[in-house]
Design a protein around this ligand. Structure first.
Ligand code: PNS
Length: 182
């Protein structure tokens, strides 16, 4: 047992992803992360091989606007190995969301590979609310593009940006802050 050790908890966790765009499922995970860690840093992977809808700068802005009133949520981008990035910024924890069993296999492989690459960094899996278990950035884009409603699935700033990108009528500014209700 480590009874002589002063109790401490990792203060910074990295929440990596593509965030193209950030959804309410991501927000739910960030919220849960803030219950356990002092700060959660959303880290957007710069991946030249992917063709995202939103540029890196746009994705950063969408997250920044979403968390304009939450200083404990940080936003950054990274390229290269995730564990190298986490080490560089002083994070010992990586947060990943698991929505369903189908997510698990890939996430498990990634967590074990990351552990092999850097055993000092722990992956923590968090489950979003069941209501987000089917929400993904890919489906949100597809549904919106085909005329479906995504208001409850993404923060208002993202919905507005989707409207601009796809030339749909822009919904009125929400009276209640910048964050969607997770
Ligand atoms: O939102 P996503 O697309 O599921 O996020 C995937 C991400 C960014 C977490 C993953 O692709 C990643 O960490 N890439 C960085 C490169 C890396 O470290 N690869 C080895 C992981 S085992």
């Amino acid at each position: 047992m480590t009874k002589d050790k002063p109790s401490s908890r990792p203060s910074l966790a990295v929440f990596p992803g593509s965030f193209d765009p950030i959804t309410n499922g991501h927000l739910d995970i960030v919220e849960r992360g803030l219950h356990v860690f002092d700060r959660v840093r959303t880290a957007i992977l710069i991946n030249p091989e992917k063709k995202p809808l939103f540029s890196i700068d746009e994705r950063v802005k969408l997250i920044r606007d979403t968390y304009a009133d939450e200083p404990r949520v940080e936003i950054d981008t990274f390229s290269g190995l995730l564990v190298d990035y986490a080490e560089k910024v002083g994070a010992t924890v990586i947060i990943r969301g698991i929505r369903a069993i189908s997510d698990f296999e890939f996430e498990f492989q990634m967590a074990l590979m990351n552990r092999r690459l850097n055993p000092a960094i722990e992956t923590v899996f968090m489950m979003p609310a069941e209501s987000y278990s089917y929400v993904s950035s890919r489906l949100v884009k597809e549904v919106f593009q085909l005329g479906g409603r995504v208001s409850d699935l993404v923060p208002p700033v993202v919905e507005r940006r989707l409207c601009e990108v796809y030339g749909s009528p822009i919904p009125p500014d929400p009276a209640s802050g910048s964050r969607g209700k997770p």
